[in-house]
Design a protein around this ligand. Structure first.
Ligand SMILES: [Zn+2]
Length: 276
C-alpha cells in the first residue's frame, strides 16, 4: 500500500513538469472508490497549478485565467500509482484515469481500484474538505511537537501504536513507519496511549520525523522514475530495525524480535529495548 513517503516522492516526480500545463482531455476508465464529481470535459482548457500533498492525498489545483477554479484530489488507495509521461501509450486494463495536458499525460494505474480522483471547488469545499478535515498534523509541520503528541495521546485510551495508525494525530505513521518509530523511541507498541510520558512523547515525535525523513531520503535517492515508488517500502524494510524481522535478533540487544497483531495489522518490536 502506498504510504506517505511514496506519495510525496510521486508528487515530487511530476510536480514541476505539470505546473502550468493546459488540460486538453480527460479520460475516465472503470469506477474508482468515489465518482469524479464533475463532467470530465468541463476541465478542458484549465491550467494545472502547484501540486500539493496532504497526508496521502495529492491536490491538483486547476486554474482558469490564473485563478483557482477547483481541483482534483487524488489518492492511490491500496495499489495505485501515478505516472506523468509525454507519450503514455494506450490505456491498459488497469489504467482508470488520464489527465491529458499540453505537456504530457498524468495517468492513474490502479489494479484494485481503491484509489480515487475527485473534483472539488477548492481544498476546503465539498468532497476534498470531507476527506482532508479529519487528518492529523503533517509530521514535518513545526506544530507537530512532543507536547502536541503528548496531549493528543492523553485524550485516548488505546495502544500507542493504534493511536499512531489512526492518522488523526499525525499523518504518515503507516504500519512499517509506526513500528520503526516506536522501536527508535524505545516504547512498547502495546503501551496505553494516555500513559505515555512527556519525555517519551518528545522522543516519539522526533522518531516519527526521523523515520519518515529516512524513507523520503531513500526514495529520493534510489528512484529513477516514479513507477519505482512502489518498491520504496521494500527498500526501507531492508534497513528496518524490527519490521518484518520476527524471530531475528535485535541489532541493539540480540533479543529475538516479536510479532503480534494489533488492530488486524502485524506489529514487530523488541521486548527488551521497548518498554511499557
Ligand atoms: Zn533490543
Amino acid at each position: 500500500m502506498p504510504e506517505l513517503p511514496e506519495v510525496e516522492v510521486t508528487r515530487q516526480s511530476f510536480c514541476e513538469r505539470i505546473h502550468g500545463a493546459r488540460v486538453t482531455a480527460v479520460r475516465v476508465g472503470k469506477p474508482l472508490r468515489w465518482p469524479l464529481g464533475v463532467v470530465p470535459d468541463s476541465l478542458v482548457a484549465r491550467t494545472v497549478g502547484e501540486v500539493a500533498r496532504r497526508g496521502k492525498y495529492l491536490w491538483l489545483p486547476l486554474e482558469d485565467d490564473g485563478r483557482e477554479a477547483g481541483g482534483l484530489l487524488m489518492h492511490l488507495g491500496m495499489s495505485g500509482s501515478l505516472a506523468f509521461s509525454p507519450a503514455p501509450g494506450h490505456a491498459g486494463v488497469h489504467d482508470h484515469f488520464d489527465l491529458v495536458t499540453s505537456r504530457g499525460t498524468l495517468r492513474l494505474t490502479d489494479p484494485r481500484r481503491f484509489g480515487a480522483v475527485v473534483w472539488s471547488a477548492s481544498r476546503s469545499d465539498g468532497m476534498a474538505a470531507k476527506l482532508l478535515n479529519g487528518l492529523g498534523l503533517e509530521p514535518f509541520d513545526p506544530a507537530f511537537t512532543g507536547a502536541h503528541l503528548h496531549a493528543a495521546l492523553k485524550r485516548r485510551r488505546v495502544a500507542v501504536k493504534l493511536a499512531l495508525l489512526s492518522g488523526d494525530i499525525v499523518v504518515g505513521a503507516g504500519n512499517i513507519y509506526a513500528c520503526e518509530a516506536l522501536f527508535a523511541a524505545g516504547i512498547d507498541p502495546r503501551k496505553r496511549s494516555d500513559q505515555v510520558s512527556r519525555p517519551r512523547a518528545d522522543r516519539l515525535a522526533a522518531a516519527i520525523r526521523d523515520t519518515l525523513g529516512r524513507a523520503l531520503a531513500l526514495g529520493g535517492s534510489t528512484l529513477r522514475d516514479f513507477r519505482d515508488a512502489h518498491g520504496m517500502e521494500g527498500r526501507f524494510q531492508a534497513q528496518a530495525g524490527v519490521y518484518g524481522r520476527a524471530g531475528g535478533p535485535c541489532d541493539a540487544c540480540g533479543t529475538p524480535i516479536r510479532r503480534i497483531v494489533q488492530g488486524q495489522r502485524a506489529t514487530f518490536f523488541c521486548p527488551t529495548c521497548q518498554r511499557r
